[in-house]
Write a protein that binds this ligand. Structure first.
Ligand SMILES: CC(C)(COP(=O)(O)OP(=O)(O)OC[C@H]1O[C@@H](n2cnc3c(N)ncnc32)[C@H](O)[C@@H]1OP(=O)(O)O)[C@@H](O)C(=O)NCCC(=O)NCCS
Length: 172
């Protein structure tokens, strides 16, 4: 397997229509259903980058500001932003479209982290990711401080070791 892959090689686009079974009593998309779709599209992006089985390690905060209505077409785009040792961060962007009304809105953006695992469910080494476009480079650079923040919150990193975080809060 190549030890380096381009960010664009992991890109995935998934399209769904909100059907009655997907909604709450207000006829809007259930939050849990949307999170399920986000998890699936992001897992496929992580698999494409790592060519491995992946598990969800964490999902960064997701807020629900815009309801997505019954009959809307939901497009989920996912792409790996950065690969570390066995883990990779995936950026997901969600848009909802009312096609008859010709209205389209971006409703959610989120970062999920996946870990590639081997046949014994042990974390396994993944290829390095190469960003190319300005947006990919920006996401790549931000990924290190987001990783440190989530590892500190998960109590997997000591705050004093989160060097990137310290630099944005001017803690030195
Ligand atoms: C995620 C998991 C594989 C980590 O295993 P572990 O034995 O703790 O492994 P490690 O401590 O060596 O960490 C492995 C990687 O996971 C990352 N990781 C662990 N917990 C994390 C978290 N909460 N958020 C982000 N990354 C995390 C580590 O930073 C490390 O990344 P790196 O290899 O790129 O440096 C393990 O906790 C697990 O299997 N969790 C359950 C996953 C699951 O069932 N998901 C839902 C269904 S898919």
């Amino acid at each position: 397997m190549s030890s380096k892959k381009f960010a664009k090689e992991s890109a995935v686009i998934m399209t769904e229509m909100v059907l009655p079974n997907d909604t709450n009593t207000l006829n809007n998309l259930m939050g849990g259903k949307l999170m399920h779709w986000m998890d699936v599209v992001a897992a496929i992006a992580a698999q494409k980058h790592s060519n491995s089985i992946v598990v969800t390690a964490s999902a960064d905060n997701i807020s629900f500001q815009e309801p997505i209505a019954l009959g809307n077409v939901v497009t989920l785009k996912a792409q790996v932003t950065r690969a570390f040792n066995s883990s990779m961060e995936v950026f997901i962007e969600v848009t909802a479209e009312d096609i008859p009304a010709m209205k389209k809105v971006m409703t959610h953006r989120a970062f999920f982290t996946f870990v590639a695992v081997d046949e014994n469910n042990k974390p396994s080494r993944i290829p390095e990711l190469i960003p190319e476009t300005p947006e990919e480079i920006e996401n790549f650079e931000g990924a290190l401080r987001r990783r440190q923040l989530r590892l500190v919150l998960a109590k997997r990193m000591k705050p004093e070791d989160a060097v990137e975080l310290k630099s944005i809060f001017n803690l030195d």
